[in-house]
Design a protein around this ligand. Structure first.
Ligand SMILES: C[S@@+](CC[C@H](N)C(=O)[O-])C[C@H]1O[C@@H](n2cnc3c(N)ncnc32)[C@H](O)[C@@H]1O
Length: 175
């Protein structure tokens, strides 16, 4: 199916060594029992990695506006008999969770948000008071597809948006 091909390609890109997935995961400090929200999960590469990290007592919410992404992740979870992943449908400006999370993770998703201020405002109540928000997005590198098609948000704008929503920048990484 063409849809599945797209999610497999997203996973291949996320898993590629040049995109430093191991460094990303290590930097997040995920522990057994944590509740993690993979927001804009796509093909779920990080969802499945987080699932191993949080163990059977933790949970990973794979959140996406695309029902095909959620179906792809749910089918893979069933095939692999993984029980700690919950596929959750997002709406354009947020989502609902039945509990609060320790970590919100957005990789290459922030630039898709039509109203990031409203999105953060709507989802913040589902993050624990000492929870963390991790945002990874493209940088504009000269004359490229990413720059030409606005597949990025300048770092200063991301920081301004998260601070306006009441978050504080704790750490920045550039692997
Ligand atoms: C470029 S993909 C990134 C997928 C994954 N995070 C990764 O790193 O491989 C962006 C994903 O964000 C999803 N998305 C777009 N707008 C969203 C929203 N408002 N809330 C949740 N997910 C959204 C898209 O459907 C798509 O699956």
């Amino acid at each position: 199916m063409f849809g599945n091909f797209r999610f497999k390609m997203l996973n291949r890109e996320a898993a590629s060594g040049k995109n430093k997935p191991e460094e990303i995961i290590k930097s997040l400090g995920i522990k057994i029992g944590m509740i993690v929200a993979d927001i804009g999960a796509g093909g779920g590469y990080f969802t499945f990695e987080f699932s191993k990290n949080v163990g059977k007592d933790g949970r990973v919410y794979a959140i996406d506006t695309d029902r095909n992404s959620l179906a792809f992740i749910s089918n893979k979870s069933k095939e692999e008999m993984i029980n700690n992943i919950k596929a959750t449908l997002a709406y354009e400006n947020g989502f609902m969770l039945p509990e609060t999370a320790d970590l919100f993770f957005l990789r290459n998703v922030f630039h898709h948000l039509s109203n990031p201020d409203e999105y953060l405002h709507n989802i913040k109540r589902f993050l624990k008071k000492d929870g963390k928000l991790a945002i990874i997005d493209h940088q504009k590198n000269g004359f490229s597809f990413i720059g030409l098609f606005d597949h990025f948000v300048p770092e200063e704008m991301i920081i301004e948006t998260v601070e306006k929503a009441g978050f504080r920048v704790l750490e920045k990484f550039d692997f």
